[in-house]
Design a protein. Structure first.
Length: 365
């Protein structure tokens, strides 16, 4: 990587004040993308615009593939000696092999500040393709490049999908946690792994770039359900599939990650309720682009309030399925779940009682 193209992050740069915004502990924005309305702002827009604001604005991801900035963590990993995050964020006694560029290691305070940054929560495609675009997104949005490294080819091939409401920008920590859930990995910032490929490495560690590694790990579910007699479950990565012996479609549970809004007081519960409405609208628009907020309902999943929606969807020419969805946002843990059931009309009597039984047993851990 040519060091001249790596943005150096300094307070006060490009017109940004010397003090970062209150919710950004370390890094001010250099070239922010258009931000969507906050969850509470979306409510104001909804009331004034008859619900159109709930559709959310799609933020364009700039796919920037740096052929010379691919995280180097495979065979022949550079020896980092005692490379750790020092008080100044430097790498100590790191040995950089040819064609590799050392990155400046972030000190704990710097790392914590970076992880509090908020970015667009849209995810799609494979982990690999998403990671390529994410470098450009964070460069443009934060003025700091963030690389995501899959520790195995299986992680690189995993499919990702949006885990947050379109009106919500997650912190990097929240986004990484959601990616880890969908890819069955754990993520980490490794001070001795801060290297990227470079055709023209320079002796001094480069600033403005951090690499996070995603390593395969057993997933621990944050909820539990009781399976109806004869039913099975299958972990599909981004969701858990539940089905019976004679039908492949019954219930899918999509853990949607944890958000940093809401709480157990009345204000917090209202924030989460609005968030659940937005997320429900986002999912409903996948099958009914013209859906209105007034078509959503409320219900219960286990002991939890849920935002509901149901409609008939044409699965194939002349074949429809009954689409039912529930969104649960827990005020205590602030974990969010999207639950989907799609059943052929002729299978309703056979399958739906089991769906109801499974939903009644739903419990967040």
């Amino acid at each position: 990587m040519n060091a001249s193209v790596v943005p150096k992050f300094e307070p006060g740069q490009s017109g940004v004040g010397s003090e970062p915004p209150s919710h950004i502990k370390l890094w001010p924005r250099l070239a922010p993308l258009t931000r969507r309305a906050s969850v509470l702002g979306a409510l104001v827009l909804l009331l004034s615009a008859g619900g159109n604001a709930w559709a959310g604005e799609t933020q364009t991801r700039k796919a920037v593939k740096f052929s010379d900035a691919i995280p180097y963590m495979k065979s022949g990993q550079p020896t980092a000696g005692s490379g750790t995050a020092s008080g100044t964020g430097s790498v100590t006694r790191a040995v950089t092999p040819a064609q590799m560029q050392a990155l400046k290691v972030l000190a704990p305070k710097e790392l914590a500040g970076l992880l509090q940054q908020r970015v667009d929560g849209a995810m799609s495609g494979t982990f690999d393709s998403f990671a390529n675009g994410f470098i450009g997104l964070t460069r443009d949005d934060l003025g700091f490049m963030v690389g995501l490294h899959p520790a195995s080819p299986s992680v690189a091939r995993q499919q990702l999908q949006r885990a947050f409401a379109s009106s919500y920008d997650p912190t990097l920590t929240e986004l990484f946690d959601a990616i880890a859930v969908q890819t069955q990995t754990k993520w980490a910032y490794k001070p001795d792994g801060q290297f990227v490929k470079s055709s023209k490495p320079v002796p001094k560690p480069v600033e403005g770039f951090a690499v996070f590694e995603f390593t395969p790990a057993k997933r621990d579910l944050t909820y539990q359900v009781r399976l109806p007699a004869g039913w099975q479950s299958e972990d599909k990565g981004s969701f858990i599939k539940y089905f019976g012996p004679s039908f492949p479609l019954a219930v899918d549970v999509f853990p949607q990650g944890r958000v940093s809004i809401g709480g157990t007081d009345s204000k917090g519960k209202e924030q989460l309720r609005l968030y659940a409405y937005q997320l429900s609208i986002d999912w409903a628009k996948k099958v009914r682009p013209d859906v209105k907020p007034s078509e959503l309902g409320t219900g219960r999943v286990g002991a939890y309030d849920a935002i509901t929606f149901d409609t008939m969807v044409e699965r194939a020419p002349g074949q429809k399925v009954h689409w039912r969805q529930w969104v649960v946002a827990d005020p205590v843990t602030r974990n969010v779940y999207f639950i989907l059931s799609s059943i052929l009309p002729e299978k309703e009597r056979e399958i739906y009682p089991g769906v109801q039984e499974l939903l009644a047993s739903f419990k967040i851990l």
